[in-house]
Design a protein around this ligand. Structure first.
Ligand code: UD1
Length: 417
């Protein structure tokens, strides 16, 4: 299994390009299932989660091809098997995003329940309830969601929790339903807006994406379209935090400060100078970071997917920080690994108290999930001596060429097999 070796202590400096967003690419690729005509996508990141989804879609009869500019074409004209097996879904929870489109297009779907995952229970009850409200007959048997509906009917759906993939699943299903669907307490994440933009290009009638109430008027069929995937705001945030933690100065291209206000705000509080540019964002850090408190919540508040990276920053900041996680119940596993590097962290329920220390010391650590891995990379970049990170397959799920990009910024990092 691959490992990452990092020699810490080098301030990051230089310029890198940010990739397309994983969390936009995955639902948008599933949107291809809604149409018989091809969907052409650009700026799709090269990630393991994307490959996993391509395999899943391929098994259903979706033809996948790459054009000369590495654009991805998905043609679901020959869709024959509305089935997502456990072996695929268990490796990637986002596979649940095929449920809504399959049911809407084929009138049936058999999709494995994702089950638990490292960062908590993560049920899909709201996806199921929403589809039932649209008239679907759904039962769960032998670990599979078995759904049927002659044609889904528009409905008012109220979700008592904000769910990102739940909103996306229901929005996609509603595009082909008969009549109007209104999703209340919808997720407002920029990736939901990107998906809605793609669906609109395919001929869907959607209003209100980006607000907490989305209105979709169903149509009988969607067409093909071309769409460019938005930049990855979590990759952007991760590189900004890495630069701030190492006292560096970086410019990130192909991204935008507008999609990560809460993160930029916290980095400024930590002492970084951040400049929003037309096609990117720059960060310059003078002196050691100041501790920042944060509380995760649905967009536009501080993203749970950036909590672990900020914990690494707070480990070496001046002062004491309280990090409160309100989205997932078990998302502090990186704390134990950061402690192995000398961090002073105390966990109490859903809060972590992080007292900044003058220095972290390199050690062997183990990645436990995607964003936890990113926090260990950041800690390794600031630690004295060598840090070896095991189980980096988590990183490959969500960060395109992370070690190449960090090397480009001067980090001493290499992958060993
Ligand atoms: C998405 C993101 C993930 C991010 C998360 C929160 C993708 C592919 N993944 O995950 O990176 O960390 O949003 O921003 O976009 N819940 C239920 N019932 C449901 C659905 C969710 O109780 O049916 C709960 C979850 O357990 C969690 C909360 O709602 O506590 C939010 O989860 P949700 O927004 O659904 O996360 P994902 O869409 O899985």
């Amino acid at each position: 299994m691959d490992k990452l070796l990092i020699q810490g202590g080098v301030p990051l400096s230089g310029e890198v390009r940010i990739s397309g967003a994983k969390n936009a690419a995955l639902p948008i690729m599933c949107a291809a299932l809604l149409s018989k005509a091809p969907l052409r996508l650009s700026n799709v990141p090269h990630l393991r989660d994307v490959t996993t989804l391509l395999t899943l879609l391929g098994g259903m009869g979706v033809a996948v091809s790459l054009d000369e500019k590495l654009g991805l074409e998905l043609d679901a004209g020959g869709l024959h098997s509305p089935f997502a097996p456990y072996e695929m879904v268990k490796t990637m929870r986002a596979s649940i995003l095929v449920l809504g489109p399959l049911l809407a297009r084929c009138g049936e779907a058999r999709v494995s329940l994702p089950g638990g995952c490292a960062i908590g229970q993560r049920p899909v009850d709201l996806h199921i309830k929403g589809l039932q409200a649209m008239g679907a007959d759904i039962r769960v048997e032998h670990g599979y969601i078995i759904a049927r509906a002659d044609r889904l009917k528009g409905a008012r759906i109220f979700s008592d929790l904000v769910t990102v993939t739940g909103t996306e699943n229901l929005m996609m299903a509603a595009c082909l339903a008969e009549g109007v669907t209104v999703i209340e307490n919808a997720a407002r994440e920029p990736e939901v807006v990107d998906l809605a933009d793609c669906l609109k290009a395919m001929g869907a009638n959607i209003e209100g994406a980006g607000t907490d109430m989305i209105r979709i008027e169903g149509v009988s069929a969607l067409s093909g379209a071309e769409h460019r995937i938005m930049p990855d705001r979590i990759e952007t945030g991760t590189f900004l935090v890495a630069a701030a933690a190492t006292g560096g100065s970086v410019r990130l291209r192909g991204t935008s400060a507008r999609i990560l206000d809460a993160v930029v705000e916290k980095l400024r509080e930590a002492g970084a100078t951040i400049t929003a540019e037309d096609d990117g964002i720059s960060l310059c850090m003078d002196g050691p970071p100041k501790s920042v408190n944060l509380r995760t919540a649905p967009y536009p508040a501080f993203p749970t997917d950036m909590q672990a990276q900020f914990m690494a920053l707070d480990c070496i900041a001046r002062g004491t920080a309280v990090l409160t996680e309100t989205i997932f119940e078990n998302r502090f596993m990186h704390a134990l690994e950061l402690q192995r590097l000398g961090a002073d962290i105390e966990i109490s329920g859903n809060a972590a108290v992080v007292k900044g220390v003058a220095q972290l010391d390199g050690a062997a650590v183990m990645a436990t999930d995607l964003r936890a891995s990113a926090s260990l990379v950041i800690a390794g970049l600031v630690a004295r001596g060598e840090t070896m990170i095991e189980r980096i397959y988590h990183l490959d799920r969500g960060y395109e060429c992370i070690e190449e990009k960090l090397s480009q910024l001067g980090a001493r990092i290499k992958r060993v097999h």
